[in-house]
Write a protein that binds this ligand. Structure first.
Ligand code: GLN
Length: 563
C-alpha cells in the first residue's frame, strides 16, 4: 500500500516536474535587427552569449529564420552562404557557426527553426486532426508553434540560465511578423524573465557632418506598433557615439539612457567584438535588466586570442580553390578554422582566392599557386570547376605543396591520384561523370535510390577510426574521433588495394560500413583529404587538429620557400 502511494506521488511529482520543465527556469533574450541587414546580428548575439558565459551563466542559443525553406540545405551558397551542420545532422543557418565558435551552448536541430519548419509542423498537425475542427490561423497556431520551439531549444540545453533567441531578417519584413508576434506573446507569460534587444544602425552622413538617429527611431516605432518595446538598443556605428546622440535615442525611443549602447566597428578582427561590447558595458547592463547577479567577467582566454591576432609574427598564405569565393560567407567555417590555426601559430592568415574555372593551362596554375604556402580545396557540389581542382591537386602533389582537401576536396585528391599515379585516365566521381569506367567516387546503393534533395545526404556526426602512424593520427593524438558529414558520394573500396600499393594511405575509416574517411599521400610533406567537414568543430580557443597541422605544415613550407 505504502509503495503504491509512493509511486503515485512520484508520478504526480514527475509529471508536474515535466510540465514545469517545459516552462523552464531560463531567462530569455530576444534579439531583433532594424534599419538594414548585414549588421552582424549573429556575431553580436554570439558575443553577448560569450560574455554571459564569462560571467558564469549557462546559455542556450536559438536562431529563428523567417524564410519558407525548411532548412538552408537546398539553398545556393550564393543566396545563403554556408550551411552549418550539427552533430545530429541538422543543416542550419551559418549563425550557428558563430554560436559554436564563441560559446559552449549545445547546438542541435533544436537550435534553428525556420518558417518552413514551423508551417510544416502546423500543417501536419492539421492533417492529423490535432486542432479539433478549429480554423487554423497564424495566431494562435503558428505563434504557438514558434513559442513551443523557443521552449524546446531552451530545454534541450538542460537548465540554461539564459536562452538567447535571435530573430533573422529586419524588423518591417512581412515574413518575420509571426515570429515577432510570438515573442510578444511569450513575454506576456514570462514578464520578468525577458529582455528585448534591438540592434540598429546609426549612420554618419559625411555631407551633413552628422550622425543620424532617425532610422533607429523609425525602426523602434515599427517594433512598438507590433507591441514589442525594446529594453536595450544596441547601435552599430563606425565610431563610438557621443553621449548626446545616445540620450536623443533614449528619449525618442523611450528606453533608459544607460540602455542605449554603441557597437562601433572593430579594427582587426571579429574576435574583438565581445571585448568591445564588454568595454561599453553591454553585458553588465544585460545582467542588470535581467536581474542576474553581476558575477566577475572572466575573458582572459579571449583577450589572449585578440592579443595574438593583433601581433602576428609571420604570415601564412593559403590558396582556397572554390567556385563560391565571391560570396564572403560561402566558406565561413573554413576561413574561421584556418584563422584559429593561424592565430595559434601567431601568424597572420592571408587567403588567396583561386577560381578553378579560370585556368587555361598549367602555367596559370603555377602563377597563382606561387603565392601560396598551402592549398585548401573545400566542399562543393557539381562539375563546374572540378577539372581545374584536379589540376591544382596534381600540382600540389608533384611539387610537395601542403594540400588539405575537405569533402569534395578529398574526392579530388582521390580522382587525381587514380588518374595520374595509377594511370586510369578516365577515373572520376560519378557525380561528375555518371558513366565513367573508373568510378573511384560513387554512390552507395542506398543513396542511389534517393530522389529528394533536402536532408537526404550523409549528414551529421560519425565516428572515424584512425590508423596509427598516419599524419591524421599524429595530428589528432586520438584513436577515434567524431566528425560531421554532408555529402552523398563515397570513396569506392573496389580500388582500395591498388591505391594502397601505390602510396595512398587510408588513415581514417568509418568501420561499421567500411567507409573511407581520411586519405593521405604517403611520400608528401602534407597532403590529406577528409570526407567529413572538420571546420564545423574548430574554435578560436580550440583550433581543430587537422587545420592546426595543415597550417603548421604550410608555415614550414613557406620557410622552405623563402629560405
Ligand atoms: N558533392 C560531393 C558529395 O556529395 C561533396 C559534398 C561536399 O563537399 N560537401 O559527395
Amino acid at each position: 500500500m505504502d509503495i503504491l502511494f509512493a509511486q503515485k506521488v512520484l508520478k504526480i511529482l514527475k509529471s508536474s516536474f515535466e510540465n514545469f520543465d517545459m516552462e523552464s527556469m531560463s531567462k530569455y533574450i530576444f534579439m531583433t535587427g532594424g534599419v538594414v541587414s548585414s549588421l552582424g546580428k549573429g556575431l553580436t548575439s554570439a558575443s553577448i552569449a560569450l560574455l554571459l558565459e564569462a560571467r558564469g551563466y549557462k546559455v542556450a542559443m536559438l536562431k529563428l529564420d523567417p524564410y519558407l525553406n525548411v532548412d538552408p540545405g537546398t539553398m545556393s551558397p550564393y543566396q545563403h552562404g554556408e550551411v552549418y551542420v550539427t552533430d545530429d545532422g541538422a543543416e542550419t543557418d551559418l549563425d550557428l557557426g558563430h554560436y559554436h565558435r564563441f560559446t559552449n551552448a549545445h547546438l542541435s536541430k533544436f537550435s534553428n527553426a525556420t518558417s518552413g519548419q514551423v508551417y510544416d509542423t502546423v500543417i501536419k498537425n492539421e492533417r492529423h486532426g490535432d486542432y479539433l475542427g478549429k480554423t487554423v490561423q497564424v495566431i494562435p497556431h503558428v505563434t504557438d508553434e514558434i513559442k513551443r520551439r523557443i521552449l524546446l531549444s531552451s530545454n534541450h540545453n538542460q537548465n540554461p540560465d539564459v536562452t538567447f533567441v535571435e530573430i533573422g531578417g529586419t524588423v518591417g519584413d512581412i515574413e518575420s511578423l509571426p515570429f515577432l508576434e510570438a515573442i510578444r506573446q511569450f513575454r506576456l507569460k514570462h514578464a520578468k524573465d525577458c529582455l528585448n534587444i534591438h540592434l540598429t544602425y546609426v549612420p554618419y552622413l559625411k555631407a551633413a557632418g552628422e550622425l543620424k538617429t532617425k532610422p533607429t527611431q523609425h525602426s523602434v516605432q515599427v517594433l512598438r506598433e507590433i507591441g514589442i518595446i525594446p529594453d536595450l538598443i544596441l547601435c552599430r556605428c563606425e565610431d563610438p557615439l557621443p553621449q548626446e546622440i545616445k540620450e536623443k535615442i533614449a528619449l525618442f525611443c523611450s528606453v533608459d539612457k544607460d540602455a542605449v549602447i554603441e557597437e562601433p566597428d572593430v579594427k582587426h578582427s571579429i574576435y574583438e567584438v565581445p571585448l568591445s561590447l564588454k568595454h561599453f558595458g553591454l553585458d553588465a547592463t544585460v545582467c542588470k535588466l535581467l536581474d542576474l547577479k553581476l558575477n566577475k567577467c572572466n575573458v582572459k582566454e579571449w583577450e589572449e586570442i585578440v592579443r595574438k591576432v593583433k601581433n602576428p609574427k609571420k604570415t601564412v598564405s593559403i590558396g582556397i580553390v572554390g567556385k563560391y569565393l565571391q560570396h564572403q560567407d560561402a566558406y565561413k567555417s573554413v576561413f574561421e578554422a584556418l584563422t584559429h590555426a593561424a592565430v595559434q601559430q601567431e601568424a597572420k592568415l592571408k587567403i588567396v582566392s583561386i577560381d578553378s574555372e579560370k585556368f587555361s593551362n598549367d602555367q596559370d596554375i603555377e602563377e597563382k599557386i606561387k603565392e601560396c604556402d598551402g592549398i585548401l580545396i573545400p566542399g562543393g557540389f557539381g562539375e563546374r570547376g572540378f577539372e581545374g581542382k584536379i589540376r591544382v591537386a596534381k600540382y600540389a602533389r608533384e611539387n610537395n605543396i601542403p594540400y588539405f582537401g575537405i569533402c569534395l576536396g578529398m574526392q579530388v585528391l582521390a580522382v587525381e591520384f587514380v588518374r595520374n599515379v595509377l594511370g586510369h585516365s578516365d577515373a572520376n566521381s560519378t557525380e561528375m561523370e555518371p558513366e565513367t569506367n573508373t568510378p573511384i567516387i560513387s554512390l552507395l546503393s542506398e543513396q542511389s535510390r534517393v530522389t529528394d534533395l533536402g536532408g537526404t545526404m550523409r549528414l551529421g556526426a560519425y565516428t572515424t577510426h584512425l590508423t596509427k602512424g598516419t599524419k591524421a593520427h599524429k595530428a589528432y593524438k586520438e584513436n577515434t574521433v567524431s566528425e560531421r558529414h554532408r555529402h552523398r558520394y563515397e570513396f569506392n573500396n573496389a580500388y582500395i588495394d591498388e591505391c594502397k600499393e601505390k602510396g595512398l594511405v587510408i588513415s581514417g575509416q568509418y568501420k561499421e560500413k567500411s567507409l573511407c574517411e581520411i586519405l593521405e599521400i604517403k611520400d608528401h610533406p602534407w597532403m590529406l583529404g577528409s570526407q567529413f567537414h572538420p571546420e564545423f568543430k574548430s574554435k578560436p580557443t580550440k583550433p581543430h587538429p587537422l587545420f592546426a597541422d595543415f597550417v603548421k605544415a604550410s608555415i614550414n613550407n613557406s620557410k622552405g620557400n623563402h629560405g
